[in-house]
Structure formats: C-alpha cells, structure tokens
Design a protein. Sequence first.
Length: 110
Amino acid sequence: MKIKEKEYTKILNIESNTIVELLEYINNEYDNSFKNFNIIVDLSESKEELEEEAFQELVIQHMEEANKTFVIVAPNVDFNEFDGDLIVVPTIQEAFDLIEMDEIQRDLEL
C-alpha cells in the first residue's frame, strides 16, 4: 500500500494489498494517522469487488467524529449501486473536487 499526503488529504493506493488489509490498516492507525485528514482510497488497481458494507462503519465514523470526507476511487463500478454515506467516484481528480466542495461547505458552516 502506498500513502501520499496532499494538503489536508491522505491518498491510500491499494497496490498489492487486499481491501480487508487496507481497512485493518486504516482502523489500526486511524487516531494517529487519519483522523485529521480527508481520506481518498484509490481502488483503481484493485481486482476485488467493492462492497459498500465493508467501508460503511469507517465512513460513518470518519464523517461524524472527524467531520472530514472519505472518498473511494473505483473507475469500473456501477455508481448507482452506492447510496447513503459511501462516496464513490471514477477518478482521483473527482475525489479532490468533491473534497474541495466539502471543505468550502465546512468553512461556511453549511
């Protein structure tokens, strides 16, 4: 797994790890490494199927406790399958655009 930091966002690229391993890592390091950042999980290179339930608890925790955005990049999924709190976009740029809009809303206290 590769982790990059850009301003107020951490980007996690799954590389050769599994989604389960990625989630375990985020949960174990959450308070120390991720709580104060927006999170982008890049699953572009993953061959695993994205399941909303796997991320649901972590996404809700991040939105409620940290008041930050959690976005998943998965270019080859049916985006209509995901509703509720899980945000899935096809590109990294769209993830950054969405985070920027969320940061503006938080700054304006909307």
